[in-house]
Write a protein that binds this ligand. Structure first.
Ligand code: ZN
Length: 347
């Protein structure tokens, strides 16, 4: 359809393609017409493309000559502005800071200033067709003051303005916000759809990274990066030999990257430990590893050696630590403490 035309038009800005596993959700949302909610909460696991869905729905709502099924034409002026990131009636609010050259730096939180600007924008008359759409992704990144500020707009949204909230962990949003939104839950895609998409994205071993990502395709594509895979293998090889590895030396790997990348590196290490210990628990209970099937033999050998209650406690501590990860002062020390506790599981 229009996407194919876009692909052969040189110089036309790129816009994310429809995701095969979200086509049905997209059609349903864009077909709502005048019944489209003023506040929509799209929820589901991280890394499945909820933000792409929200942006595609926004583009369709703003399109000047939508297709019969309600999707965007991809050719009109409005679609062009959206693709170029310059549509005056579309706002994307993310925990990201842009410098003067447009380089993005990820931030922990969406601050109240961003929501104040959004409120001001929502009160200005639309520039083009009447509809105005804001996408907030992920909405749970809003600072509590930002969420409070948004609440006022949610209570009395200006006519023609829709707010699309995207959330991986909707439970972290204030109940007052959740209750004012129409909620649309997006599930994990079927494995075969995810695998085909990953292969088309140039991922060489889709099965392995899809398992590591718990079935979330965007996360799997992120993990497929060769440097990330090499680092994962390095960690898992050591975790597989708990009596022989040195927690201090392993944690020091966190500092092999630039300072501003260490938190991401600690996050990856924590996610790896969470997946690994979940697999250990599965194996100890007589099951098979789902996150790290490529390490099945090491896990099968280790599983019976760990006390299940201690393992469960440790796994829970990891999950708590993951939720608190926003401001680790010393990523290496956090990793060191977690690895010392891991080794102690096998004493
Ligand atoms: Zn259009």
């Amino acid at each position: 359809m229009s996407e194919a035309l876009q692909a052969v038009s040189p110089g036309r800005p790129q816009f994310p393609q429809a995701l095969p596993w979200l086509v049905a959700a997209e059609r349903e949302l864009v077909a709502a017409g005048a019944r489209f909610p003023q506040a929509l909460l799209i929820e589901g696991p991280a890394g499945i493309g909820k933000r792409v869905l929200a942006m595609r729905v926004a583009r369709a709502r703003l399109c000047e000559s939508p297709c019969a099924d309600g999707t965007a034409c991809g050719r009109c002026a409005s679609c062009g502005y959206v693709a170029a990131g310059q549509h005056p009636d579309l706002r994307l609010v993310e925990p990201v800071l842009y410098d003067e050259e447009g380089n993005a730096t990820p931030q922990d939180l969406i601050k109240i200033e961003a929501i104040r600007q959004l409120t001001e924008w929502s009160q200005v008359t639309s520039h083009r067709r009447g509809a105005k759409i804001a996408v907030i992704a992920p909405a749970e990144a809003m600072h509590y003051a930002a969420a409070n500020a948004l609440l006022k707009t949610l209570e009395e949204p200006p006519a023609g303005t829709s707010l699309l909230l995207v959330a991986h962990q909707p439970g972290r949003l204030p109940a007052t916000i959740r209750s004012r939104c129409v909620r649309r839950v997006v599930p994990l895609p079927a494995d075969d759809l995810a695998r085909t998409w990953l292969a088309a994205q140039g991922v060489l071993e889709p099965d392995s990274v899809l398992a590591q990502a718990g079935g979330a395709p965007f996360l799997a594509r992120h993990l497929a990066d060769p440097a990330r895979q090499a680092e994962r293998a390095e960690w898992l090889r050591r975790l597989a030999a708990p009596q022989r590895f040195d927690p201090v030396a392993l944690a020091a790997r966190i500092e092999l990257v630039a300072k501003d990348e260490r938190r991401e590196r600690l996050g990856a290490a924590l996610d790896g430990l969470i997946g690994w210990t979940a697999d250990l628990a599965r194996v100890a209970a007589g099951g098979s590893p789902t996150r790290n099937p490529d390490f099945a033999s090491a896990l099968t050998e280790l599983g019976p050696r760990v006390a299940r209650l201690s393992l469960l406690r440790y796994h829970r501590a990891l999950l708590r630590q993951r939720a608190l990860l926003q401001h680790p002062l010393q990523p290496r020390l956090v990793a060191e403490a977690l690895l010392i506790d891991y080794r102690a599981l096998f004493d």
